[in-house]
Design a protein around this ligand. Structure first.
Ligand code: ARG
Length: 462
């Protein structure tokens, strides 16, 4: 088969070489974006008088038919035609004859592929924003139900201080809020048209780049044609934002996995989001959470891979850049899938309030309360710390907790201790009293919920 660029070649590459060169196996994903870009380009060519009205009419008709066929999955691509751009041009010429060859006037595959990628990513990022919101809503729903569910809070995965379980969940809400902001902010850099940059230097045809940008819904155009065809920052940025988001989901997954273990039993994931074991009938595994945690690896990998592809490239376009696609597609697919799973998994999880309650009653996470109590009564905090530390040691020796110590023992440890100490040691009181801004005090958590609800209910800016 002769190549669309075959003029200067005496010999065609062998098929296995074509195969190595081709991207059609994966860039056929961009078929609709590519057709959309061509429609805008040819419309603009007509408006600028570069193609006749009749030529434009014929080409647009052909592109519309190709679109219908694409929707019905009826287009056949060939490796010999390398990529989605050459395949579609070839199919257009087959569809409408030689006039189809005028489509590529004043355009190069370099600005074409960049345009496709911008169109594709702009839509996906908007969809990802919506999916992040659905996860946030699920978190919010659980938080609303568990403001006064007291749970152990951890540092170093050691019991630290009691907290509101809602407070713990909401920490993930705010991580996702930053992710949402990052994606939202990235749109202004994706929302820029490279079309009309040509191969690298612009074109001699009197094109109107602003017009084709407008037709494609882009807010602005690249100021520099060389930057336009060689920029892949917007994809790196996307992969970086996706990495951050899935890193957050992975941390959350880790907690869900720990919490649903028999050792913790803080939560139970719904059957619909769990799987069984083929050999151990008693098992219910948190596979979905594990998979999200596991898939984090490939997303980080795609980020590192594209950074590495780009790091030594001279201006402008280089074929290396064809390697930008698979990682991007896979990241979109992986992240969207993970967000969808997460929304359902959080929405349907059951929180074992009783287990959380039991956990905070049987630990030393109220030790800070006692130390603060002493400090509030004038004992220097360092000294108070020492006193409480010794009491904890006494308790451990006897297999009891601070609240079980008889009053005389406490009084002996420090004369400032009064009978009200037993109230102070109550985990519920300990949480309630942490009323500093952003703290776990119930009133503070309710404020957080209000702010969070406002954010997920507000209409997106675009
Ligand atoms: N398939 C190519 C890519 O994805 C399209 C651009 C090819 N341009 C070129 N001059 N060979 O990067």
């Amino acid at each position: 088969m002769s190549k669309l660029w075959g003029g200067r070649f005496a010999q065609s590459p062998e098929e296995w070489v074509d195969e190595f060169n081709a991207s059609i196996g994966f860039d056929q994903h961009l078929v609709f974006e590519d057709l959309q870009g061509s429609v805008a380009h040819v419309t603009m060519l007509g408006e600028c008088g570069i193609l006749s009205a009749e030529e434009v009419h014929e080409i647009l008709g052909g592109l519309a038919r190709l679109k219908e066929k694409a929707e019905r999955n009826e287009l056949t691509y060939s490796v010999g035609n390398e990529d989605i751009h050459l395949n579609l041009e070839h199919l257009l010429i087959k569809e409408i004859g030689q006039v189809g060859g005028k489509l590529h006037t004043g355009r190069s595959r370099n600005d074409q592929v960049a345009t496709d990628m911008h169109l594709y990513l702009k839509n996906r990022v908007e969809e990802i924003g919506v999916l992040i919101r659905t996860v946030q809503k699920a978190i919010l729903k659980q938080a609303e139900a568990h403001v006064e569910t007291v749970a152990p809070g951890y540092t170093h995965l050691q019991r630290a201080q009691p907290i509101s379980f809602a407070h713990h969940l909401l920490a993930y809400f705010w991580m996702l809020e930053r992710d949402h902001q990052r994606f939202e902010d990235s749109i202004k850099r994706i929302d820029k048209s490279p079309l009309g940059a040509g191969a690298l230097a612009g074109t001699t045809f009197p094109i109107d780049r602003h017009r084709s940008a407008e037709l494609l819904g882009f807010s602005s155009i690249y100021e520099n044609s060389m930057d336009a065809v060689s920029d892949r920052d917007f994809i790196v940025e996307f992969l970086s934002n996706a990495s951050m988001t899935i890193m957050h989901l992975s941390r959350f997954s880790e907690e869900l996995i720990i919490w649903s273990s028999q050792e913790f039993q803080f939560i139970e994931l719904a059957d619909a989001f769990s799987t069984g074991s083929s050999i151990m009938p008693q098992k219910k595994n948190p596979d979905m959470a594990e998979l999200v945690r596991g898939k984090t690896g490939r997303v980080f990998g795609h980020l590192m891979s594209l950074l590495t592809v780009l790091k030594g490239l001279p201006l402008a376009y280089n074929k290396d850049m064809q390697e930008d696609k698979e990682g991007m597609f896979d990241t979109v697919h992986t992240l969207m899938g993970s967000l969808k799973i997460f929304a359902g998994m959080i929405d349907t999880m059951h929180v074992h309030k009783d287990r959380l309650q039991k956990a905070v009653n049987e630990d030393f996470s109220n030790a800070t309360e006692l130390a603060d109590y002493l400090a509030a009564k004038g004992v220097p905090f360092r000294e108070a710390h020492e006193i409480v530390g010794k009491l904890v040691l006494v308790c451990i020796g006897q297999g009891i907790y601070l609240k079980d110590l008889p009053f005389p023992t406490l009084k002996e440890a420090s004369p400032v201790i009064e009978e009200d100490i037993y109230q102070v040691l109550e985990p519920l009181r300990a949480v309630e009293r942490r009323d500093s801004a952003g703290g776990t005090g119930f009133d503070q958590v309710r404020k957080q919920i209000e702010q969070a609800a406002f954010l997920v209910q507000s209409v997106p800016s675009r």
